[in-house]
Design a protein around this ligand. Structure first.
Ligand code: ADP
Ligand code: MG
Length: 261
């Protein structure tokens, strides 16, 4: 494997309620190489979202370390997160939504560079003619493409995606998967993505990390050595998909006893 861009080591996390505690992650370690697409799978409630939130800096781990998240030109931490729900601002146009990500980041990007990046991203996601449209004028797949562009605007060293396509219909999902592969090709982006769909994981990933039931630990890693474009009808594809599906085991306990959003 090439030099890791991200090295995750011994991540543990327990949530504490008034009378009980909920161990979510118990010692998760793995590396991600530059330009790699890694998928995370595991039963519901095993801590996948918690792990991504920790890597993205939205949550603190109790112990463990994350090394290597830094901007391509050394501007500091740069992981960008995409959620299942596109989370665009309904009152901002497509273009303004993409710009918003840049304005929020600590990077000082001059206005002319902001416009240049936004134009390039609009063209990358094929939405140039929708620059002035509002989110409600777009399909679900288009909205999710805008959130991908918004995340890419800060030039993150890693893109973190939490079940980003699971609310989309099968056609939109297929398009977005191809889009992500194309973006990785063009922008050399490193991607860590949670999915519960073995077919999606085998279609897109270089490696698939399988977590055990809660508290999550790495239960296995499956490498997908197939060239792109991959065909879900290819016998090797089917064999790996079945292997992955068979290794995602354990109880789907969506929630522990602690109330949270
Ligand atoms: P997954 O994404 O794999 O379905 P999560 O990471 O969302 O799982 O949650 C893992 C476990 O941690 C679940 O049992 C969930 O109820 C619990 N949990 C997640 N966030 C919180 C929180 N903020 N407070 C208390 N418990 C939480
Ligand atoms: Mg989740």
């Amino acid at each position: 494997m090439a030099e890791p861009v991200l090295s995750i080591s011994g991540i543990e996390k327990t949530f504490h309620g008034e009378s009980e505690s909920c161990p979510a992650l118990s010692g998760v370690s793995f590396d991600i190489a530059a330009e790699e697409i890694v998928c995370i799978m595991g039963p519901s409630g095993c801590g996948k979202s918690t792990l991504l939130r920790i890597i993205g800096g939205l949550e603190h781990a109790d112990t463990g370390s994350i090394h290597g998240i830094s901007g391509p030109t050394g501007e500091g931490a740069s992981a960008a997160m995409i959620f299942q729900d596109h989370a665009l601002f309904p009152w901002l146009s497509v273009e303004e939504n993409i710009i918003y990500g840049l304005r929020l980041s600590a990077q000082k990007v001059p206005d002319i560079e902001v416009q240049r990046r936004v134009d390039a991203l609009l063209s990358l996601i094929h939405l140039t003619s929708f620059a002035r449209s509002l989110p409600h004028e777009l399909s679900g797949g288009m909205k999710q493409r805008v959130s991908v562009a918004r995340a890419l605007a800060i030039r993150p060293s890693i893109l973190l995606m939490d079940e980003p396509f699971s609310a989309l219909d099968i056609f939109a999902r297929g398009e977005l998967e191809d889009e992500i592969l194309r973006i990785r090709q063009e922008l050399k982006t490193t991607i860590l993505m949670v999915t519960h769909n073995p077919e999606e994981a085998v279609y897109i990933a270089d490696r698939i990390i399988i977590l055990s039931e809660r508290p999550g630990v790495v239960a296995g890693i499956v490498t997908v050595p197939l060239p792109h474009p991959r065909s879900p009808a290819d016998p090797d594809f089917i064999r790996i998909r079945e292997e992955v599906a068979g290794r995602v085991k354990g109880k789907n306990v969506v929630r522990c006893g602690i109330q949270h959003e």
